[in-house]
Design a protein around this ligand. Structure first.
Ligand SMILES: *Cc1c(COP(=O)(O)O)cnc(C)c1O
Length: 488
């Protein structure tokens, strides 16, 4: 069977194998890699129903990657193992009239683990296939979740070093400790005096610094990226949409072939795009609701066809969705309108911060929830079912309710649950009762344990007493020097 090849979203003559695309991360012209043709699932429903998560992952990933069976199985078996605290890897649970797809059972308690547990193995295999000899250096700027998930994924992987830059004063207490207590000799964590944008811009400048790249190459290093535009992050996310559907059939919520809707709390548009890919592969999914918080660029886009990032940036209780440029939307634009239109749209985004596109895909629509609606959703779901959601999941819940009311659909709905409530304990507890607003984030974890009946997850249990291993702080203008200092 022919393995998928990849083309650019701004120029269809830019092509790459999966291995090349994973190592490069982004096209030379700044576009993203998309599959030239989205492959079709070649297993029957009966076969799929009999698989565990790893077997299913193999059947999906083999269609997208130019790896041997042995290589791919090695990657999958080392990624989805005891690092996850449930044997199922991704439980689908029913509470009230919603199904929750819990993607937060990995080591960092957020859905980023689904892709970042396997990306290091995909990268190493890709490097081997491409005959790349240099040691890989992953540079990551993070606003909280990606940094820790990447650290966990790459820590202790030989032939790879990883550096993470986070805004010293811009992450939650749990997020900060998760990063600064990171073990592994190949890891380096640096707080920067600046915000996420400063960190991100500095890292991007380093990626395009030819002189530095040459210097590093002489020493046997090459930079790579673990951010969500890498197809090595996108493709593993397709698996859990199949998984959710299969579990819903097993639970008797649907029969195979009946529609199952998904609501996805969205930031960079990577998670929901993976669901859309699953549908293109033949999964009988129904509708996809793209849920935004107050930063509702995507909601406006799906309503009007106008994408406009010229607006105030809101800091919300769902920080991983605080984003005004959803990079992976470029892929959907290209699948809908082709490379020429996409190129023009991205040029307009660069020049004016806005573009207009024709939306030909009816399977996705937008909804949003403001802060009050998010808090209200956490409170109501707890009151009615005893289930405690995190803030991102709550945005999705509120959005799903709105979609149901507007469309009148009776389809079962999966709420894609992207983080453990323990990661955002303070906001979750405050949503449940105002009196917690003054509490200590770590004390509140015990309280959350009491009221939810879900034990504090092992990866963050006692985190406040762990040894801080990374105390580096650096000025935002000194990041490049810091990188050189660590590597050279
Ligand atoms: C990253 C993240 C999201 C957004 O996912 P995208 O793929 O960027 O749309 C939502 N929730 C949580 C908890 C996240 O960490």
């Amino acid at each position: 069977m022919a393995v998928t090849t990849y083309i650019g979203t701004r120029n269809k003559d830019i092509t790459a194998s999966a291995s090349e695309a994973i190592l490069r991360g982004i096209c030379p012209d700044g576009g993203l890699y998309i599959p030239k043709e989205i492959p079709k699932m070649d297993k029957t429903p009966e076969e799929l129903m009999g698989m565990d998560y790893r077997q299913l992952a193999y059947e999906v990933l083999k269609l997208y990657l130019d790896f041997t069976e042995e290589e791919l199985k090695y990657c999958i078996e080392h990624a989805y193992d005891e690092k996850f605290d449930t044997k199922e890897i991704v439980p689908l649970v029913k509470k009230g009239d919603m199904l929750y797809l819990e993607l937060f059972h990995g080591r960092t308690l957020a859905f980023k683990d689904m892709a970042l547990s396997i990306l290091p193995y995909l990268m190493k295999t890709a490097a081997k296939r491409q005959g790349q000899k240099e040691e890989i250096v992953i540079l990551t700027a993070t606003s909280g979740d990606t940094g820790k998930a990447a650290l966990e994924g790459f820590a202790g992987v030989d032939g790879v070093k990883i550096m993470v830059f986070f805004p010293e004063d811009g992450v939650s207490p749990v997020q900060k400790l998760q990063m600064t207590t990171q073990e592994g000799d190949n890891t380096c964590v640096v707080g920067i005096k600046g915000n996420f944008d400063d960190a991100q811009s500095a890292v991007k400048r380093i990626f395009t610094d030819k002189e530095l790249a040459d210097e590093l190459e002489k020493r046997g290093y090459r930079f790579s990226s673990a951010n969500s535009i890498n197809i090595g992050r996108l493709v593993p996310q397709i698996v859990y949409y199949y998984w959710a559907y299969i579990q819903a059939v097993k639970m008797g919520e649907i029969k195979w072939g009946e529609p199952l809707d998904f609501t996805v709390p969205t930031g960079n548009f990577g998670d929901i795009l993976a669901g859309w890919y699953a549908a293109q592969m033949g999964l009988p999914a129904g509708h996809f609701v793209c849920a935004s918080n107050d930063n509702k660029v995507l909601y406006d886009f799906f309503r009007t066809g106008v994408y406009d990032r010229n607006r105030a940036f809101h800091v919300t209780v769902s920080p991983s969705m605080d984003i005004l440029i959803s990079s992976n939307l470029e892929r959907l634009l290209c699948h809908m309108g082709g490379q020429d239109k996409t190129k023009a749209e991205m040029a307009a985004l660069q020049a004016e911060g806005k573009y207009t596109a024709e939306i030909t895909e009816e399977r996705i629509s937008g909804e949003f929830a403001d802060e009050a609606e998010t808090f209200d959703a956490i409170r109501r779901v707890y009151k009615n079912t005893g289930y405690v959601m995190d803030t991102h999941t709550a945005v999705a819940y509120a959005a799903a309710e709105k979609y149901r009311a507007e469309s009148g659909t009776k389809n079962p709905m999966v709420i894609v649950s992207t983080a453990s409530p323990y990661k955002f304990t303070k906001d979750v507890m405050t949503a449940l009762d105002e009196k917690y607003a003054e509490g200590d984030a770590f004390e509140l974890m015990k309280e959350l344990e009491n009221i939810s009946g879900v034990a504090i997850p092992a990866p963050i249990r006692g985190i406040e007493t762990r040894e801080i291993r990374h105390k580096n702080v650096c000025e935002k203008d000194a990041i490049a020097d810091f990188v050189k200092g660590w590597l050279l």
